[in-house]
Structure formats: structure tokens, C-alpha cells
Design a protein around this ligand. Structure first.
Ligand code: SAM
Length: 427
């Protein structure tokens, strides 16, 4: 057999067959996942100990004490549900600290044979085991609380939605779900009906389609989690190359699920000037002035109705969404990954790119979506204004402005849309 050796990070992969999937372009995705998992596993242990100490003793004994009553380590077991060559799992085993075990699963027999050969080739037999199963089946088999995984990685071809029902049930409370989606045409508005059937949201063809894609995927994961009284807390959401990748924590709590609608919005997209107006879906929101803000019964009405015609150019609206309109990153978590990568650049081949992307992510305003300079000025057939002038104009008017990591020409701002059009008109 014609074997090909591939080195990436601390792993060396033998590719015995062209039929087993390997994509070198995804090295950035794998490097970033390793950086995220390294910070996540640090926190996870202490969080689990604190969480279980609060619960009844039995759970504590099962999880934290061995047969002789000695305290044992919090297990950190990771599932790579769609593993192909095993490269990602082997890299996790060699490069992420604190991991107890990794299960590398694939439905293809050939892939599982490749993974097994690669485990032996990399001497990680003690940490990585193979599984030959349908991804959903292995996850459903681990949905009972004591069998759940600390983290699940979903990296399928195209759309991940068919794996979400089982994934959200098989992750520990406070565990991490890592999801890639590569069906960008669907998510970016080329086929809104398909997007609705796959993700439960209508996509829009617009300048900020990459962030829309992230927000559609996040609402989709949240809606799957809510069915089991669980909810997501996004840590990091990235648009890169031809795919998107989100890292979300999963928690249980029916009361938190009531707040989901307040984290979602419908999006009205003007067919004339490309302007987007969000309408919040309203719902329960914690009221910090109340004694127990989690128990609050204050109900937020949905946002004001959006007119049939655009306020700027009088053209019709297309309706998109619902999208996740709450924060898509955790700034503190992002800063910690950034510091980790800055302090250890030798660990990642793509450390420069991670540094660049995360520096932008850290500066991103929480305001959903963005304008792009070329589209704004293209619409009115004017030469594009330099970015510096646009940003200064917004700042001088007293509003905030930032880039989005998803687009070089992006303008994310807290300013109302009429101010942006006023600035365009003065050019
Ligand atoms: N995660 C890999 C990496 O980083 O190199 C790449 C995974 S590749 C895009 C997708 C893999 O999913 C293929 O190897 C395919 O055999 C496998 N697959 C497809 N459907 C599956 C299913 N229902 N259950 C388990 N594996 C599946």
C-alpha cells in the first residue's frame, strides 16, 4: 500500500488510503481547538469539583472517590465523533494537558483502521481509543449523567445539525461542544429554504453573512439544547476560510432556558440598501435589582415591529432568522487563549494567524452584525471612503466602532443606521 506521512503539531499521520479524509487547510481549526481545549480543561476540573461538592454525597462518591475511598481525579473524556484519520484526536492526546481519555469515532471501517494504525504509530494507545459507530449512536449511548463526555468535537462534511440532538445530551454540565460547519453557501443565504430546514432559521444574502452564519448555528445548538432543559454559553465563534467553528459550553437549567427568546432576534434585510434591522424576540430577562435575579418574572416585550418598507430607501424587507443576538464570544476566555498562544508560539504552526484573529475577536463590539465599507459605498455608486475616516466619524458622533474578525472591510458599531447613511451622504 502506498503510505503517505503527514506531520502536524506533535502528530505524524499515515494515510494508507485516499478514501480517508484529510484536509491540511484545517490545521488552523485544529490548532485553535487545541488552544481552546488547553484553557478549558484547566477550568473544567475545578468547576466540576465545586459543582459536585454542592450536590448530594452519592454523586460525589461516584465521581470523585475510588473503591478505597481515596479521592480520584475528575475524568476528562473527549469524544471526536467524526474522526477520519484520527489526526485531531492524536493531537489532542499529545498537546492538550489534563486529558484522561479520547474516543476517536468514525462510521467508516477504513477510517477506523487508519485511526488505529495512527494511534500505534504515535504511541498514544493509553490515551486514545477507537470506536466504529454512527456518531449519533455513540453519543446517545453516553447520555446518562455519569457517562457523559467533558467535551465533544463535531467536524463533519457540511452541516452538523443532524448530530446536535445527541451531542447536547451527552456533554457534562459545564462541558464543551466544538462544532464545525462547512456548508457556507446554505448558511450565507444562497438557499434560505434549505437553511431553514437544516438549521431552523432563514439565512440572508448580505454583507455580514459570515457572522449571520455563526449566529444561525448558535441559535440552532441552543434550540436543540433547550429541548433537554439545557442551554449554551458561547466561548468563541470563528469564521475562517470556507467554514465556521463555534466553541460553546453546555449547562442544565430550565429557568435559564426561559431566557432563550431574549437572546434571539429576527432580522429584516432591505433588498434596496442592504440595511438590516433586528427585532428582539423578547422574553424573560434577569433583573439584577431583584433579590434573586434568576427567578425574576419580568417579561420583556419583543422589539418594536419593523415596517414593511425600509426607512432609508423605501424598498421591501426580506425576513431572516431567528439568529442568536446575544454575545458570541467570552472576552475573558478569549484573552486567556491569546495569552497562552502568545507565551507559547512554538506550540502552534498557525500561532500568528491565531494571534491575529483572536486579537480582532477580543476587540469586537457585542453589537450583532456589521456593515462593510465596499457594500455601503457600492450601493450609492461612490468611491469607498477610507476606513479611518469612517471610524473617526462614528467616534466623533459619540458611538463605538470596531472591526469584525469575519471581514476586513467590516464596520461594527453601536451607532444607529441613519447615522451611518448620514456619514455616507457627506462623502
Ligand atoms: N475531524 C477530522 C479532521 O480534523 O481531520 C475530519 C473529519 S471528516 C470531515 C468527516 C468524517 O466523518 C469522515 O471520516 C466520515 O467517514 C465520517 N462520518 C460521516 N458520517 C458519519 C456518521 N454518521 N457517524 C460517524 N462518522 C461519520
Amino acid at each position: 500500500v502506498n503510505k503517505k506521512n503527514i506531520k502536524e503539531g506533535q502528530a505524524e499521520i499515515l494515510l494508507a488510503s485516499e478514501k480517508v479524509f484529510y484536509n491540511p487547510v484545517q490545521e488552523f481549526n485544529r490548532d485553535l481547538s487545541i488552544a481552546v481545549l488547553s484553557i478549558f480543561t484547566e477550568d473544567y476540573k475545578s468547576e466540576q469539583i465545586a459543582r459536585n461538592l454542592k450536590k448530594d454525597k452519592k454523586v460525589c462518591e461516584n465521581v470523585f472517590q475510588d473503591a478505597s475511598g481515596n479521592n480520584s481525579e475528575v475524568p476528562i473524556i473527549i469524544l471526536e465523533a467524526l474522526s477520519a484519520t484520527g489526526l485531531r484526536s492524536i493531537r489532542y492526546a499529545k498537546e492538550v494537558p489534563n486529558i484522561t481519555k479520547i474516543v476517536a469515532n468514525d462510521i467508516s471501517k477504513q477510517a477506523v483502521e487508519t485511526i488505529q494504525a495512527n494511534i500505534v504509530h504515535n504511541n498514544v494507545e493509553k490515551l486514545v481509543e477507537t470506536s466504529h459507530d454512527d456518531a449519533c449512536m455513540i453519543m446517545y449511548k453516553h447520555k446518562l449523567p455519569l457517562k457523559r463526555f467533558a467535551a465533544i468535537d463535531l467536524d463533519p462534511y457540511g452541516c452538523p445539525s443532524i448530530f446536535l440532538d445527541s451531542a447536547v445530551q451527552s456533554i457534562q454540565d459545564g462541558g464543551l461542544l466544538l462544532v464545525t460547519a462547512t456548508d457556507m453557501a446554505v448558511l450565507a443565504g444562497n438557499s434560505p429554504e434549505t437553511c431553514y430546514s437544516k438549521y431552523g432559521a432563514i439565512s440572508l444574502k448580505t454583507k455580514c453573512c459570515h457572522e449571520m452564519a455563526l449566529r444561525i448555528l448558535l441559535q440552532c445548538i441552543e434550540s436543540h439544547a433547550n429541548r433537554y432543559s439545557r442551554y449554551i454559553v458561547p466561548l468563541l465563534s470563528i469564521s475562517a476560510d470556507f467554514y465556521i467553528r463555534v466553541f460553546v459550553k453546555i449547562y442544565s437549567g430550565a429557568i435559564h432556558c426561559k431566557k432563550t427568546t431574549s437572546k434571539l432576534s429576527m432580522a429584516y434585510h432591505c433588498v434596496g440598501c442592504d440595511n438590516i434591522t433586528l427585532q428582539s424576540m423578547g422574553g424573560f430577562k434577569p433583573n439584577p435589582s431583584e433579590k434573586n435575579p434568576q427567578q425574576t418574572k419580568s417579561y420583556l416585550p419583543s422589539g418594536p415591529p419593523v415596517n414593511e418598507f425600509c426607512q432609508h430607501c423605501n424598498q421591501k424587507h426580506h425576513l431572516g432568522g431567528p439568529i442568536w443576538s446575544a454575545p458570541i464570544h467570552d472576552e475573558v476566555f478569549v484573552s486567556r487563549i491569546l495569552t497562552h498562544v502568545q507565551n507559547n508560539p512554538q506550540l502552534f504552526n498557525t500561532s500568528k494567524r491565531i494571534h491575529g484573529v483572536l486579537s480582532m475577536v477580543r476587540e469586537e463590539l457585542e453589537t450583532p452584525l456589521y456593515y462593510t465599507l465596499d457594500k455601503l459605498f457600492g450601493r450609492v455608486h461612490l468611491e469607498t471612503m477610507p476606513m479611518l475616516i469612517m471610524r473617526s466619524a462614528i467616534l466623533n458622533a459619540g458611538y463605538k466602532v470596531s472591526y469584525s474578525h469575519a471581514s476586513k472591510l467590516s464596520v461594527k458599531t453601536s451607532a444607529p443606521s441613519h447615522l451611518i447613511w448620514d456619514i455616507v451622504r457627506t462623502w
